[in-house]
Write a protein that binds this ligand. Structure first.
Ligand code: MLT
Length: 255
């Protein structure tokens, strides 16, 4: 498998933190995390998202190799990785295959278990919908699931921002990501072997990856801690950036 050169947004100065966006998002998910004092924020667009190329193979392994390629291009031996949702699935793959490249891990709004047979069928149905009706149909299907009820009631700007991010994703990348998620392995057996400092961040209104299973996940990872952010759905870094950055900043300061 050959990795591709990803479009990457960088900001700041200091040791690297690589931010891995979820689905169907891009680097802009992390726009509030691009000014972390004392750290370089590196926010790639995964293949098929944002400004990165969308042709080629899609799998968690391939996403992981592309991201390790980002470190290699910068001659970085390792980095802190922060992955949200599908970004967390990719981070599990990096921890499995390239553990020496991970200085510390932040798992935001994600889960370790793989898809159920019903979940796999839903992925295929969503991929067919994307091929038939484009990104707009996916955005309409997902927007009220990913944005928390508080943001939906009080933050129409956040709702509009998340919708716009979903609308600009190429269909090929949407379909590829759905197949990669459908076929991803169960990462539960990995949890007890994670040997780097780990922070979990959950949203108390998250319907996609609820806080309760994330607490179980935190208990399964040696030494991990968890922060549950109030009034946040699935896109915590955009919905509650201050609380997200406070949790992340405290974790990074302790490394
Ligand atoms: C994501 O936010 O990356 C996706 O909703 C995750 C998923 O569908 O499993």
């Amino acid at each position: 498998m050959a990795h591709i050169r990803l479009a990457v947004t960088n900001a700041g100065d200091g040791p690297p933190v690589v931010f891995i966006h979820g689905f169907p998002f891009d680097h802009a998910l992390w726009r509030h995390q691009m000014a972390l004092p004392g750290w370089t924020s590196i926010a790639p667009d995964l293949r098929g998202a944002g400004r990165s190329p969308s042709d080629g193979e899609y799998s968690m392994q391939q996403y992981a190799e592309d991201l390790v390629g980002v470190l290699d291009q910068r001659q970085l031996e390792r980095a802190v990785f922060c992955g949200l949702s599908m970004g967390g699935y990719v981070l599990f793959e990096i921890l499995r295959r390239f553990p020496a490249r991970v200085r510390a891990a932040v798992l935001a709004n994600t889960k370790a278990v793989g898809d159920t047979p019903e979940g796999k069928r839903d992925r295929d149905a969503l991929a067919a919908l994307a091929e038939r009706e484009g990104a707009a149909a996916i955005a309409e299907r997902m927007i009220t699931k990913v944005v928390g009820r508080t943001s939906q009631a009080e933050r129409q700007d956040v709702v509009a921002e998340v919708r716009a991010m979903m609308l600009r994703q190429p269909v090929q990348g949407i379909v590829g990501a759905l197949r990669a998620m459908r076929d991803r392995p169960d990462s539960t057996p990995l949890l007890s072997s994670i040997a780097v400092p780990t922070l979990l961040i959950a949203g108390d209104e998250d319907q996609v990856t609820p806080a309760a299973p994330m607490r179980d996940m935190a208990r399964a990872i040696p030494g991990a801690t968890i922060t549950v952010i109030a009034s946040a759905g699935h896109v915590t870094p955009l919905e509650q950036p201050r609380a997200f950055n406070a949790a992340l900043g405290a974790f990074l300061a302790g490394l």
